[in-house]
Design a protein around this ligand. Structure first.
Ligand code: PRP
Ligand code: MG
Length: 211
């Protein structure tokens, strides 16, 4: 078996906030990830490589052992279910909240609520717990448009600054979960390459503490 440790990173804001933590743990890509169209990057650390993919794909790579370790938002872990991987470390980056939101002043007008979201599993569970009958409408982005176009009454989405909601005449209602990026580890890799991976987890934990 290869002794290389492959770390799957979520591109975008999470990647930008992960790189300083990796650098503090002694792992830096050999070229500028932001300026490259490549997907695989060698690093300054012997036997550690990075792959840069969509957050929704990170748990899949790690669950199957195609990557040993991953960095992914808790929102995606909640939505997909965190089965098959360990989640040893909260990296404390890319913090935001998973919330319900509605057009300003919205009031429910009947027993049935239409909810647009990419987080259908989280939303289904949340509204079931509230005893609310929700009809879920799966979208892949720009959820804020759905109430405006009368596709939905509410949305379930990530709220960071709240600017996107405000810009679209909406307001946050209830917090479903507080979100940050997590380190996940393939279970078999954790056993077969315990030393290498545990040392990575420990160095990242120190980096998080001093960030
Ligand atoms: C995310 C999220 C919100 C917004 C939250 O959208 O879905 O729309 O950012 O940030 P804010 O509270 O600081 O405005 P993103 O831009 O990633 O696009 P998408 O929803 O279309 O994927
Ligand atoms: Mg959005």
């Amino acid at each position: 078996m290869s002794e290389t440790i492959t770390i799957a990173l979520t591109k975008g804001r999470i990647l930008r906030e992960t790189l300083p933590l990796l650098a503090a743990a002694g792992i830096a890509p050999l070229e500028d990830i932001g300026k490259s169209r490549k997907l695989v990057f060698e690093t300054t650390a012997e036997g550690v490589q990075l792959v840069v993919i969509r957050g929704t794909d990170v748990p899949t790579y790690v669950r199957h052992g195609a990557a040993d370790v991953g960095v992914v938002g808790k929102d995606i872990l909640l939505e997909q279910g965190a089965g098959g991987v360990y989640e040893p470390l909260d990296l404390g980056i890319a913090r935001c909240r998973l919330m319900t939101a509605a057009p300003v002043g919205w009031q429910p007008s009947g027993p049935r609520i239409r909810v647009a979201t990419k987080f259908v599993n989280v939303a289904r569970e949340y509204f079931a717990r509230q005893g609310v009958h929700a009809e879920l409408i799966k979208l892949y982005g720009a959820m804020e448009l759905a109430p405006m176009m009368d596709l939905a009454d509410l949305i379930v989405d990530i709220v960071d600054t709240g600017n996107t909601l405000r810009a679209n005449g909406m307001e946050p209602l209830d917090e479903i979960a507080s979100i940050s990026s997590r380190l996940i580890v393939n279970k078999a890799a954790m056993r077969s390459r315990y030393q290498g991976i545990q040392s990575l987890v420990d160095r990242l934990a120190v980096a998080v503490e001093s960030a």
